[in-house]
Design a binder for this molecule. Structure first.
Ligand code: SAH
Length: 228
């Protein structure tokens, strides 16, 4: 069994165990195909590569993490976006979720607040040939107004409340998937639907643990990444 095959099996198992919460017993085959296609080892630091196909988060420097594959697959599935969709991601991080999204929708725009991570992910996605992806460094709380409105918006860092600019940049009929809650405490994954009249309906899916959505990039890397 290859690493990817094992990972797909582990994701399917976790989907099964959480089926009562997530309301399905299997994810969209298009999402699973994307998970099979994107090589996660290209998105993790060299010294973490042996764990690339384990179903867990991994450190990517600057105190940030590449999300757990099950969560990446679940959020992509929950977004419910088809091959024509234009999608915004907030929190590029390693670029892994960006790459998975890009296999499922037409075009992805992704914003990362930490300049080093933004630059690395940008280079990596270009080198790997993900052509329908645009990334930039900035505060994703503010969205990407020049490219709005979006069919779907996916946030991979937890805010204490839903950022109003993101709701604004969602098309009527669009969907926002995001973790909401305390920075290092209780958080829940929310699905927010904007109906044709612009009215919002929220559903809570399951408890999650994401890094916080910050409003300013840290000035220096945390000590664990300090080489000196
Ligand atoms: N999707 C990423 C997850 C990275 S963790 C992956 O698959 O690797 C969440 C990321 O959100 C971190 O890189 C963090 O720096 C970033 N982030 C936090 N607050 C942000 C903000 N306001 N705007 C954009 N990115 C932000």
């Amino acid at each position: 069994m290859t690493g990817t095959e094992r990972l797909l099996r582990d994701i399917a198992t976790e989907v099964h165990y959480t089926r009562d919460l997530i309301g399905r017993d299997a994810l969209d085959p298009r999402v699973m195909a994307a998970m099979a296609q994107v090589q996660r080892d290209a998105f993790v630091p060299a010294d973490e590569r042996v764990y690339a196909y384990a179903n867990g988060p991994l450190p990517i420097g600057w105190g940030q993490t590449i999300s757990q594959p099950f969560i990446v697959a679940l959020m992509t599935d929950l977004l419910g976006c088809g091959p024509q969709a234009r999608v915004l991601e907030v929190g590029t991080g390693s670029g892994y979720q960006t790459a998975v999204l890009s296999r499922v929708v037409a075009q992805v725009w992704s914003v990362e607040i930490i300049p080093d991570l933004a630059a690395t992910a940008h280079r990596r996605l270009a080198e790997l040939g993900y052509a329908n992806v645009e990334t930039r460094q900035g505060d994703g709380y503010l969205g990407w107004p020049e490219q709005a409105p979006f069919d779907g918006i996916l946030v991979t860092a937890a805010a204490s409340r839903v950022p109003p600019p993101l709701v604004e940049q969602l098309k009527p009929g669009g969907r926002l998937v995001l973790p909401v809650g305390e920075p290092h405490g209780r958080q829940e994954l929310l699905v927010l639907d904007k109906d044709r009249d612009g009215k919002l309906r929220a559903r809570s899916i399951l408890p999650v643990a994401f890094v916080p959505l910050t409003r300013a990039a840290p000035r220096s890397p945390p000590s664990e990444d300090d080489d000196t």
